[in-house]
Design a protein around this ligand. Structure first.
Ligand code: ADP
Ligand code: MG
Length: 723
């Protein structure tokens, strides 16, 4: 019976012996051994072929088909030497998952012998049946087919299984008419839009040599680990990735008893195994540590070019889940697996730069560098203000709503934290405190102030969703299960837009004969006059801020996905993506549809599970216990003993209320006549979600009433503390 599964899970875990730990290989021996990177290409390609592919990997320039042929042959030989018999284009559809279709290298010749083949065209282009991937309105206008194309700026690698290996080729995924059906294409396009606009600003600033600008990303990933025996006893963890029921443990996050001693070693063994696999794949895992909640951890690789980082981030999540399973655990990437304890996010650290000017979000130590920095930083401020709702929309999901909309930060209001010193600097520019007094082309009064600008450690304000942290911005409201691409696209694109705005202003000023410094201060002042409302250094969790942000600052508070996603349809957002050529209006609206459908679907899955688990697991446990109590009460009556019947009454009331709420929920689930996807989303956010909570409330009451040995579902304290 069901209640065996909870108790047997606990005994199984208690009886389990830790996975044996074999010492791991040194980093130098395993680093990037499974990656077909430039170093490996240099070993096996001719000088000319290598030069051509190197240029392509660094600039994204189209590869000559002749070179592609040579690269494909070398790649195949390398992959086969590693045991691969199959290859696959891996791509990143609009879901947050990855997709792949495996093909063998094998073909047979006329004698029936197996030979292997991997041509340049097979490397460059693949043809999965795209019809099962979400494509929004693009489904209507195009045949529901798509093709994948190799992205040579992200290296191919080997994925090992216990008895084989597959060559994986990072790819874009598009429709036959060229529309983006994935998360990679817009990221690549947003990089070039940002580069174009950045080049304009930098050349107006008198820079003569300007290398291609690229964005960088370092993502901190939070996650929970739960023993697999518990997962298997919780249909909600299996199907929804979070607990839909569960009373808070008596001691909550302060729980620190003997269970704890066992955690570190088992998790440590997992982490070492996990990280070794990442190293083999050339993913620079840099830090790992325990997080706030019990059973919660974090891993952060060192930052890389955004496009590669995005692919690596996706791969990291895959490897994490796989490795946890191998160690008898489940890695939960859901944003809020357990109510009442900290949820999981992904901090996306982002900067832009190139090899000639360096990191443009780094203040630097010369006045010239500082001016470039101020312009790029100002551009970010303007972006956050102008496109805050877009930033909110790209992190919107049913699961992330549990963090952003709830009383857990980061809040659903997008503001930007600069740190005291930098905030003051921008405010001084706005108020005219830093004047553009020009002395021989150099700024006079403000110069010293800008020069003495030192880096704020940046980590001071943890309540901000978007914070400057010394040489980068950290977008902290991203969900733990999400792809980092959406946020990166939004940041790069809003930056491109702002840099273009700045370039237009600078150009006009300089033409009219103004000195450079004067022109810069002037444009920054104007920028601050229009956009300083987005700057906030106070407590982002406080009720005062929520009130002030909306009422005085005119910022939007968008607590759930239904409120947030329509930002994709905003004419200004449409113009943003169209003008920067990152997404056409059709591509943009298709994204809105796909994300809205995903939202509705995930709420529906949860709603059905709530109804099912309440009816088939929780109700029987409650009634079974009620029956036992009734028998005892009956016997007591026979014996003329007065037995307190309160618990029996409470159980009956909670069980009745729960079943009545389940009936309401079931009716709500069947409702279909929505006039738009927007109404449908709001119905889910308001009606369905509330009903689910009302069912849960009663179930959680029952959990603390019913006989512990008869309770079927693993409890919070058990899942979080027993490892
Ligand atoms: P914290 O927990 O204090 O935010 P971590 O060291 O855990 O800091 O994570 C910081 C992340 O930011 C790492 O992935 C790091 O590589 C990345 N990072 C550092 N500098 C930059 C930069 N200039 N651009 C993008 N990411 C960066
Ligand atoms: Mg951080």
């Amino acid at each position: 019976s069901a209640n065996d599964s909870r108790l047997s899970a606990i005994s199984a875990i208690n009886a389990s012996v830790p996975t044996s730990t074999t010492p791991t290989d040194p980093l130098s021996k395993i680093w990037a051994t499974d990656v077909f990177n430039l170093a490996k290409m240099e070993e096996c390609l001719s000088k000319n072929a290598f030069k051509a592919i190197k240029k392509t990997t660094q600039t994204g320039e189209t590869l000559d088909p002749v070179v592609a042929e040579v690269v494909a042959a070398a790649m195949k030989d390398w992959a086969m030497s590693k045991g691969a018999k199959f290859f696959s284009h891996i791509f990143y559809p609009m879901t947050n998952a990855t997709a792949e279709k495996h093909d063998g290298f094998v073909v047979t010749n006329s004698e029936g012998n197996a030979i292997t083949e991997f041509t340049g065209s097979l490397l460059i282009k693949g043809e999965p049946d795209g019809s099962s991937f979400p494509n929004g309105s693009l489904r209507m206008t195009n045949a529901a087919r798509g093709y994948t194309a190799w992205d040579p700026t992200s290296p191919a690698y080997i994925m090992h299984t216990p008895n084989g290996a597959v060559l994986m080729i990072p790819s874009v995924f598009m429709s036959w008419t060229g529309e983006a059906l994935d998360k990679k294409i817009p990221l690549l396009r947003s990089n070039s839009a940002m580069n174009k606009a950045g080049q304009r600003v930098l050349s107006l600033m008198g820079e003569t040599e300007i290398a291609t600008l690229n964005s960088s990303c370092g993502a901190e990933q939070e996650y929970f680990l739960v023993d697999e025996h518990f997962t298997n006893a919780r249909p909600d963890l299996i199907q929804a990735g979070r607990t839909l029921f569960g009373a808070p443990p008596a001691k909550g996050q302060q729980f620190d008893d003997h269970y704890f001693g066992a955690i570190p070693e088992r998790v440590q063994v997992f982490m070492q195994d996990f990280e070794d696999q990442l190293y083999r794949l050339g993913i620079p895992a840099k830090t790992h540590h325990n997080e706030v909640a019990p059973g919660q951890f974090e891993i952060a690789p060192y930052y890389e070019a955004a496009n590669v980082a995005a692919d690596h981030q996706q791969l990291l999540m895959t490897i994490m889940k796989k490795t946890a399973k191998k160690h008898g655990m489940t890695a939960l990437l859901h944003e809020k697996p357990f109510a009442g304890v900290n949820g999981s996010g992904k901090h996306v650290n982002w900067s832009v730069g190139n090899s000639t000017q360096g990191n443009l979000l780094d203040p630097g130590d010369t006045p010239e560098k500082n001016l470039n920095f101020l312009l790029f930083c100002g551009a970010v401020i303007r972006g956050v203000h102008k496109f805050g709702p877009l930033l909110r929309a790209v992190i919107a999901s049913a699961s992330n709503d549990h963090r952003l909309g709830a009383n857990e930060a980061p809040p659903a209001i997008l503001s930007v934290y600069l740190g005291d010193q930098l905030e003051k600097l921008f405010k001084d520019i706005q108020s005219g405190e830093i004047k553009a007094t020009v002395d021989g082309g150099k700024m006079d009064l403000g110069l010293s102030q800008i020069l003495t600008f030192t880096r704020d450690p940046g980590d001071r304000n943890r309540t901000s969703p978007f914070a400057f942290t010394g040489n980068r911005f950290e977008f902290r409201a991203v969900g733990s299960a999400q792809s980092v691409s959406g946020p990166l696209v939004a940041m790069n694109t809003m930056l491109a837009d702002s840099l273009n705005w700045i370039a237009d202003k600078l150009e006009a000023s300089l033409k009219s004969g103004k000195a450079q410094t004067e022109a810069v201060i002037e444009v920054l002042k104007e920028l601050m006059d229009e956009h300083s409302n987005a700057i906030f250094g106070g407590d982002g969790y406080s009720a005062q801020w929520h009130k002030m942000a909306v009422e005085e600052r005119g910022l939007k508070n968008l607590p759930n996905t239904a409120d947030a996603l329509p930002a994709f349809l905003d004419p200004e957002v449409e113009a943003l993506f169209k003008n920067t050529e990152v997404l056409s209006p059709l591509e943009l609206s298709s994204r809105y549809e796909v994300y809205a459908e995903q939202y509705i679907e995930s709420i529906m899955v949860e709603a059905k599970l709530v109804a099912e688990m309440a009816t088939t697991t929780i109700y029987p446990a409650a009634i079974g216990y009620f029956n036992e109590l009734s028998l005892a009460l009956g016997s007591a009556l026979d014996l003329e003993i007065e037995l307190d019947n309160r618990v029996a009454k409470e159980v009956a009331t909670a069980a009745n209320t729960m079943i009545a709420k389940v009936a309401e929920l079931k009716t709500a689930i069947t409702k279909h006549d929505f006039d738009s996807i927007d109404t449908h989303m709001h119905f889910c956010a308001n009606e369905i979600c509330s009903l689910m909570l009302e069912v849960r409330e009663q179930a959680d009451l029952l959990e603390v009433l019913v006989d512990d040995t008869a309770w079927p579902l693993p409890k919070y304290a058990e899942m979080m503390f027993i490892k």
